[in-house]
Design a protein around this ligand. Structure first.
Ligand SMILES: O=C(O)CCC(=O)C(=O)O
Ligand SMILES: [Fe+2]
Length: 682
């Protein structure tokens, strides 16, 4: 029989990794596939044995302690027998919690995608990579890899599937989008599917709680009595089951769970059913919602409305399976609260709907205090982790003026001394050239003019007017300088490339400033679409999702207004403000943690270089390389000039006259053609 038992997943996994580092790709692939298969089968067996043994050895009410222990022993025997039949001796599948965590993080898929890639199985590689990526969206390397797959001919990008995310997520998200565009019939179908699947995931998660508790050391156990040990262990199981409500509500790869996940389904469903005039279902789902929140006044009002509108639907009842779930959950909470009162137990209630009166006063205070303590500890941990991660500055000159903590946020920094005063002036001259000073209406406000100069335009300027060269060189260098500071200070785990450089000036229109309440640039995040109501930021097109870090290098301060400010996710609460001044650099991660805007410029002209950085080499700024080449050609003295190289280098910061331009016309034109070409390829 030995042969037919399931192979332990941790052994298969380590064999897969071993083969991987040996370069035996097909062997590695096979072991990794088997490991994943074994892992999921093991879970299935455990869940089905739980269900079977609960049926076979039920607890009856009013058991005396012997009767209770009798059932405990029978169930234990049942489980052992059930699992042994399918899995072999229990010790075979004892796996360290470290390996468990790796599987939860989908680590095997990372090796698997690389093995498939080596074997040229591109569609499978893409699917494995995508599966890993969904749970690890911050992983820089996998993003890079996915970018490569996208460019490989014949890979069907649309086929990228996620093999692990529970099916309720797709159904839930589709349901909500249908609902949002008033497509109620489809919304109902998808949300009902989501509910069914979510309850299945919940059952599975809860069943796995038994048997996953870490074992205490024998020495610890020996001090204690049998009931203490049982109580302790059982409370751990109950806490684990309770945590499943959060587990199913947290989409893989996301930090926070969806608030009130199950009740939300019923909230959306009753409106959707009412919209399609299915009175019975509307009343049924609203009543089910009210099981969670019986004192929700607006829901009660709705109920009266539905009852009047759909008269014939008086027989509708709340859903029994949901009622059973609530009763079970409240029963578990009651025991946990009891343990909190009397034993030294900590617990965090995952549900918002637990009725106040079910929570003993003492426990309420403990819960509150614990929550407070946890939040503070989390903030502190985040802060110290962030500060500990700060890297050194790559060269002398700039210094940190404000760190994230002082800026009341995360992944933010303000530095001074990135440009000298004369460097700022030189770049500002560039902004005054015809290409830079074009004053069109600001896209954001009728009270300001707006002009912008991209790297492409700056290079064209160099080609056409040598006058601009020192400014363009500085414009280029300032971006590279900032890039190095950001990469080093934030200790990014992969190299950063500049992906876009833009010199932007905002000029206040005279006499149009009274009573002005708008902003020079509304609050936004740079790589996602800010949804202040939902307190979320959607990292999806048309947002520039490849942007990882942003920076603003300020050039002047002779204007009024125009401070850069950061807000909370609500886009209203200002958390920090930065006054522009020459050489000051504000740098921050481009995501939802850093919504920002610019206060109205009420007089004068505010100029700054906006920079965006990316880990993806595909999104590196093409014009930057062109500009670099072109400028180097111009700066290195041509033979006719007879000037030394050093001479030409010192000239960098002085103004070049047109006649000194060492670049022949022909050469210049061909360089420009090249720039246009790479631009079109984008
Ligand atoms: O100029 C600034 O201060 C910020 C500009 C900005 O946030 C943007 O262009 O995305
Ligand atoms: Fe921005």
């Amino acid at each position: 029989a030995e042969k037919s038992w399931l192979q332990p997943f941790d052994l298969l996994y380590s064999a897969g990794i071993h083969a991987f580092f040996q370069g035996s790709w097909s062997q590695s692939r096979d072991y990794l596939q088997q490991a994943l298969h074994s892992y999921s089968l093991l879970k299935k067996v455990k869940v089905s044995c739980q269900a079977q043994c609960q049926r076979e050895t039920p607890f009856h009410v009013s058991l005396k302690d012997l009767g209770f222990m009798d059932v405990v022993l029978q169930r234990s025997e049942c489980l052992e027998h059930c699992e042994r039949l399918q899995l072999g001796p229990p010790t075979r599948h004892k796996v360290s919690s470290l390996v468990h965590k790796e599987f939860q993080r989908r680590e095997p898929y990372n090796f698997l995608q690389a093995a498939y890639f080596k074997l040229g199985q591109m569609d499978a590689a893409l699917t494995a990579a995508h599966t890993f990526f969904v749970a690890n969206p911050q992983h820089a390397q996998i993003r890079e890899d996915l970018g490569k797959y996208r460019n490989i001919q014949g890979v069907r990008w649309d086929n990228a599937r996620d093999l692990e995310t529970p099916p309720h997520w797709e159904a839930f998200e589709e349901g909500v989008s249908h609902y949002n565009v008033q497509n109620y019939t489809q919304a109902i179908l998808r949300l009902e599917t989501s509910l069914k699947e979510a309850f299945m995931s919940l059952d599975e998660c809860r069943a796995l709680c038994e048997g996953t508790q870490e074992e205490k050391s024998h020495a610890e156990e020996i001090q204690r009595q049998v009931y203490e040990i049982i109580a302790d262990w059982y409370v751990e199981v109950l806490k684990c089951r309770q945590a499943c409500a959060i587990e199913i509500a947290r989409k893989p790869g996301q930090k926070l769970p969806v608030h009130d996940f199950i009740p939300t389904h019923f909230h959306l469903l009753h409106s959707a059913y009412a919209e399609v005039s299915d009175g019975a279902a509307a009343v049924e789902t609203l009543l089910t919602y009210l099981l969670f929140y019986p004192r929700d006044d607006s829901a009660q009002e709705k109920l009266q409305q539905y009852r009047q509108r759909f008269r014939e639907e008086e027989g509708a009842r709340a859903r029994e399976n949901v009622n059973a779930y609530i009763q079970q959950s409240l029963g578990e909470k009651r025991l946990i609260f009891y343990a909190m009162e009397n034993l030294d137990i900590s617990f965090e209630d995952p549900d918002a709907w637990t009725p106040e009166e079910n929570i003993p006063e003492v426990v309420k205070n403990r819960l509150r205090a614990e929550k407070q303590k946890r939040m503070e500890a989390e903030q502190e941990a985040e802060r110290t982790a962030e500060e500990a991660q700060r890297g050194p500055l790559p060269f002398e000159g700039p210094r940190v003026t404000l760190d994230s903590h002082q800026l009341n946020g995360s992944q933010r920094v303000v530095l001074d001394g990135v440009l000298t005063w004369s460097e700022c002036q030189e770049i500002l001259r560039l902004a005054r050239t015809p290409a830079g000073s074009g004053g069109r209406r600001s896209p954001h406000t009728p009270h300001e003019l707006y002009s912008s100069l991209s790297m492409l335009k700056a290079v064209q300027l160099t080609g056409e007017r040598a006058l601009a060269t020192p400014g363009v060189r500085l414009f280029l260098d300032a971006g590279e300088r900032s890039r190095r500071i950001v990469e080093s200070y934030f200790r990014t785990d992969a190299p950063l490339h500049v992906s876009f450089t833009q010199l932007v000036c905002r000029t206040a229109l005279e006499g149009k400033q009274e009573g002005r309440v708008d902003l020079s640039h509304p609050v936004h995040a740079d790589n996602c679409i800010l949804d202040p109501e939902g307190r979320e930021c959607w990292k999806e097109p048309p947002a520039y999702i490849h942007r990882d870090y942003s920076a603003v290098l300020f050039l002047n301060d002779n204007f009024e207004g125009g401070d850069l400010f950061f807000t909370d996710l609500d886009a209203i609460t200002v958390t920090a403000e930065v006054r522009p001044t020459c050489g000051r650099l504000a740098a921050f991660s481009s995501g939802g943690e850093n919504p920002h805007g610019i206060h109205a410029v009420t007089s004068g002209r505010r100029c700054a270089i906006a920079l965006w950085f990316t880990h993806s080499s595909e999104h590196a700024e093409k014009e930057r390389k062109e500009a670099e080449q072109l400028l180097t050609q111009m700066e290195v003295t041509s033979p006719q000039d007879g000037e030394t190289v050093e001479g030409s280098m010192t000239r960098r910061s002085s103004t070049l006259s047109e006649s000194k331009n060492p670049l022949g016309k022909k050469q210049r034109v061909s360089s420009m053609e090249h720039v246009r070409l790479t631009r079109e390829e984008l």
